[in-house]
Design a protein around this ligand. Structure first.
Ligand code: GLU
Length: 449
């Protein structure tokens, strides 16, 4: 990785020393520190109050045992995490991820990114993340329920409407939030709707929350395209993943006139030159909890499944990495650029490696980093919290308009901040600096805490 400014390098060295082996966390911190060089020069007051040093250390980290009994009567044991990173702007806020790859370094990278993302939304929410190395794949509803209940039996004492508000992420959707909320309600004897977001519509959830991350990513990329006098209309789009983010990114891109020709899962990808049949993807992925290879089987000769390869080898105008971290490498970026890709929007968190981002920047590709492009999910979670606080529920149309406006504002703030700090067109710098300044100013105001 390229060198940092001297003061920032000292902070980074401390992060490396304090968090050994947590390479995803190191990567996330390095990217932000790299963007902050012009900020520390212009604003010495942040260094004087050790704001950056404090930002890199979570306010609280909780690790706990999650024992549960599987359908065969065997006792299983997983590890649960909640990293409460920063609460200067509001209660800790961020999703829970259930995936076998989860360890402290993943949760810390996600929690760190969440601080800046949540700040960029302009809403009153701090940054956090949690999860478990539990693998929901192939588990029955009963097993998932018992796991969620066990996890919440420990987590409940650490969260609350004014303290920390978890939500979903990879492996945690409406079903899991339901089981978690049910157990929280039982443990506390309170119907505290604002303690979790991503709830179902009949029990305190918000319209558009399910769609929000994917829709928001499409809105953001649409704003970027507008700066070059373009739109999704007539564009060929490739999306990685086929989970919640990917599905609703595809839906909105299609509404905006683009043609999504490929999507994927961990087994490989499908190409459907006429355009992905989204109802079929939804049926396979959300109803059957199946594999994307089933899509090609169902479409007969119209679509092809390519096993074990990445979707980035498919030529496209726009790429939306919406699966997981570090899924798009420098080699993939070179291939995309060579095939004519002109815009990239990160639906997932940190899906592009640092070298990959450099390839896009050098080639003049519009690049929207996840903390800006996928902020629509958490922003709509904040709208859900607003509705819960006022015991109200808004219409789909009203909520979607609020989301679109928030995404436009995030886009404009990133673009203006990049200009102001001498990096025009660099949305990574714009997002990191704009996100940082709002949190840093709040931390200065709150004193040394
Ligand atoms: N997991 C989502 C994210 O990465 C949403 C978090 C939330 O709604 O709190 O931003």
């Amino acid at each position: 990785m390229p060198g940092l400014d001297e003061k920032l390098q000292l902070i980074y060295d401390t992060v490396l020393r304090r968090n050994p082996g947590e390479k995803e966390f190191h990567q996330a911190v390095h990217e932000v520190l790299d963007s902050l060089r012009p900020v520390v020069t212009k604003h010495p007051e942040y260094a004087d109050a050790a704001v950056i040093t404090r930002l890199c250390e979570p306010e609280r980290q909780i690790i706990f045992r999650v024992p549960w009994v599987d359908d065969a009567g065997q006792v299983q044991m997983n590890r649960g995490f909640r990293v409460q990173f920063n609460s200067a702007l509001g209660p800790f806020k961020g999703g829970m991820r259930f995936h076998p790859s989860v360890y402290l370094g993943i949760i810390k990278f996600l929690g760190f990114e969440q601080i800046f993302k949540n700040s960029l939304t302009g809403m009153p929410i701090g940054g956090a993340k949690g999860g478990s190395d539990f693998d929901p794949k192939g588990r029955s509803d009963g097993e998932v329920m018992r796991f969620c209940q066990s996890l919440m039996t420990e987590l409940y004492r650490n969260i609350g409407e004014y303290t920390d508000v978890p939500a979903g992420d990879i492996g945690v959707g409406g079903r899991e939030i339901g089981y978690l909320f049910g157990q929280y309600k039982r443990m506390t004897n309170r119907y505290e709707s604002g303690v979790l977001t991503g709830k179902g519509l009949t029990w305190g959830g918000s319209q558009v929350r399910r769609e929000a991350t994917g829709y928001g990513t499409a809105f953001f990329v649409n704003e970027m395209l507008k700066t070059r006098g373009e739109s999704f209309d007539g564009k060929t789009v490739v999306v990685s993943g086929s989970g919640n983010v990917a599905i609703y990114a595809i839906e909105k891109v299609q509404e905006l006139g683009g043609t999504v020709i490929a999507c994927s899962d961990s087994g490989g990808y499908v190409v459907d030159e006429k355009g992905i049949d989204l109802d079929l993807v939804k049926e396979i992925k959300t109803e059957r909890r199946g594999r994307i290879s089933e899509y090609a089987e169902a479409r007969g000769g119209a679509a092809e499944f390519i096993s074990g390869r990445t979707v980035w080898e498919v030529a496209c105008d726009v790429a939306l990495p919406s699966a997981t971290q570090n899924e798009l490498t420098a080699d993939d970026a070179v291939m995309l650029v060579k095939n004519g890709c002109r815009a990239v929007g990160e639906g997932a968190n940190m899906p592009t490696t640092p070298d990959g981002i450099k390839v896009f920047n050098d080639a003049g590709v519009l690049f929207a980093p996840g903390k800006a492009a996928n902020a629509g999910g958490v922003a709509t979670s904040a709208l859900e919290m607003q509705q819960n606080a006022s015991r109200d529920s808004w219409s789909f149309e009203y909520t979607e308009n609020r989301l679109a406006e928030i995404m436009r504002n995030i886009h404009d703030r990133c673009a203006e901040t990049a200009d102001e700090y001498g990096a025009p067109g660099n949305y990574v710098a714009g997002a990191n600096i704009a996100g940082f300044i709002r949190v840093a100013d709040a931390m200065l105001a709150l004193g040394v805490v």
